[in-house]
Write a protein that binds this ligand. Sequence first.
Ligand SMILES: NC(=O)c1ccc[n+]([C@@H]2O[C@H](COP(=O)([O-])OP(=O)(O)OC[C@H]3O[C@@H](n4cnc5c(N)ncnc54)[C@H](O)[C@@H]3O)[C@@H](O)[C@H]2O)c1
Length: 308
Amino acid sequence: MRLGIIGLGMVGREVLLYMFQFSASQEIVVYDVNKERTQAEIWDLEDSIPLGHFNHYSHMRVADEYSDIKDCDYVFVNASIPAKNLTDRRALLAENEKLMKEIGEAVAKYSPNAIVIITSNPVDAMAYYFIKYSGMSPQRVIGSGDVLDTVRLRRYISSHFGVSALNVTSFVLGEHGNSSFIPWSIAQIAGVHVDTFSQMKGLPLIDKLKAKEFVRKRGLDIYNLRGFTDRGIGASVYTIFSAIAQNEQRIMPISALLQGQYGIDDLVIGALSVVGSNGIEKILEYPLTDDEIKLYHTSAEFIREAMK
Ligand SMILES: NC(=O)c1ccc[n+]([C@@H]2O[C@H](COP(=O)([O-])OP(=O)(O)OC[C@H]3O[C@@H](n4cnc5c(N)ncnc54)[C@H](O)[C@@H]3O)[C@@H](O)[C@H]2O)c1
């Protein structure tokens, strides 16, 4: 398997670390405008090889040009203008659109059959622009969407109830950003609604506003205190990648191009989708409440406005 990584900042490094250890990856080609730092990152990672902690290592190299990202099975796009001191991911939109044009055209030319996983923010708009400029099938262009937000929500719910996060099936949907929402009508723990679970366990109902605030603020808190986030997003990207590489047919709230679902058309936004070997196998339309559909539309408008 041949992999391309475009953008080797904090997020790209974490993606590289996961892919370096992935057993089926044979070659990883990394393109970043800062080639010297990229080479140093690769040398640093190569130093771990003789210690023998893993059975497999991929061969890594720096791309001189976009043309070196050729014939890749997967391309990870994490390129961005500097994202420091952010309060709203939309501040990156105009400059990162230019990057998506450049990168989208290059990937379409040199790796037209790749599946593309994008983290660059604002990720819903960036996935839209990538589809637009590359002309690639929207099925094969996947934004990380609300996967990370959803993991944060699951941790919050799991600690409220004192149960494993693996038993929590709840999601964040909509924009990966301030207008995202939590569809509580489909939030469950081991098969029952979260509020029913509260009664079963004799616990107070979960404070839904606090849960939303926690999810909304967690990324910004990490940014403010640390200057970047990489671990959660790296693991989220690896989860999306694994679902495709291993054809898991896994349901995840990735950024997908909606074409009429939930009454939203021609917009990329976080939506529950089946992810498998073809990329986005199907966008699922959940039976949300009227109020939740309204929140979906508000979030969609938020993205549309920013893209005007
Ligand atoms: N989707 C999510 O959940 C999520 C989470 C964290 C970060 N992000 C986003 O991911 C992006 C990357 O974050 P980061 O912390 O790694 O930023 P960063 O500034 O550390 O890295 C960005 C990298 O892109 C490179 N770059 C710039 N222009 C390029 C080009 N034309 N081609 C190739 N590389 C180029 C830069 O040299 C830099 O190494 C940001 O937009 C950030 O907001 C998304």
